[in-house]
Design a protein around this ligand. Sequence first.
Ligand code: FDA
Length: 343
Amino acid sequence: MSHLPQKTPRRVMRLPLLLALLSTAVLLFLYGEKWLRAALLYLAGAGWARQLVTSFPPAWYVASRFVSGNTREDAIAAARALNEKGMQVTLDYLGESVSTAEEARAARDEILGVLDTIHESGVSSNFSVKLTQLGLKLDPELCYENLCAIVERARQLGNFVRIDMEDSPTVDQTLALFYRLREAGYDNTGVVIQAYLYRSEADVRRLIDEGASVRLCKGAYMEPPDVAFPAKDDVDANFVRLMQLLLSDEARSHELYAGIATHDDKMINATIDFARKNRITPEKFEFQMLYGIRREAQEALVRQGYRVRIYVPYGTAWYPYFMRRLAERPANLWFFLANLVRR
Ligand code: FDA
């Protein structure tokens, strides 16, 4: 699973990268941003592309804008620096879709260790986890065991675990394991809702009844039009609708706590407007953003008195996470390719 750069002669790498740059420019010109996003999300899951990108050392240089480092210590240092700026953190140990039970248990053990390290270091951070990293696709029971061990350790340490949401085929199972944890008495855990999915409004209504902790985001995976809104305007409109439900009187009366996860000024302003109009004070919810993205906006929200939590990933398996960040903003891709060619 390690995506640390291997040694490959740069001259050998430079030709495919130049070709990639050229073909990207041509396809972008012909088909526009939508194609580019789909292509990058496809590449995020392609083993051959991972091999190509991660075997070229400068790729890590660019990816490190979004990743705090390879080690737990790097992540704790990044968390401490963010805490000093008045921000909360959620740490993430990079990795997903493991292929053996041993890999899933190794991920669990690393997460148990980092929960201890968070506690000992005194940084203010909870933890985010992807269920396919804990074996969801291999065996949901194995995944549940691993997840239980993590949530139990977090509970002993007075900490909280957020279950990230992955692609649409995993949504039912992810929510089912979340509700199973709640039934087992664990309330130190929360889930994520993706505004691009048609089903999300129904999921939000059930989570309101449950009084859960919910992170709302737009959604980062490649999804077909029968499950997700294809047009960005529709995703944005649904995000606003779901944000209003999550911050509604009814949701708050059930003690639902909402994390509004976005870098989009339109979504942030819609949230601030809704909160002001409905006299919802800033400590009743939080904004969440990703490490390395729109740092000035993160600090500006803190200055305005809002709670801000930053998602801080670490680890060597950075490739799919990095590709999703490229897909979100084509300008990142130019920066990436230009750096690869230059270095
Ligand atoms: P949008 O993509 O419209 O971007 C708005 C603006 O933000 C852009 O114009 C740009 O300025 C800036 N921006 C956005 N992405 C950028 C990038 N990669 N690089 C540079 N600038 C960028 N998804 C998921 O499916 N499951 C999950 O569990 C999570 N978890 C999660 C946690 C947190 C804390 C955040 C912030 C996001 C997620 N996501 C996620 C990702 C989310 O679904 C979405 O893909 C990204 O947040 C991008 O969407 P925005 O809301 O930022 O809007």
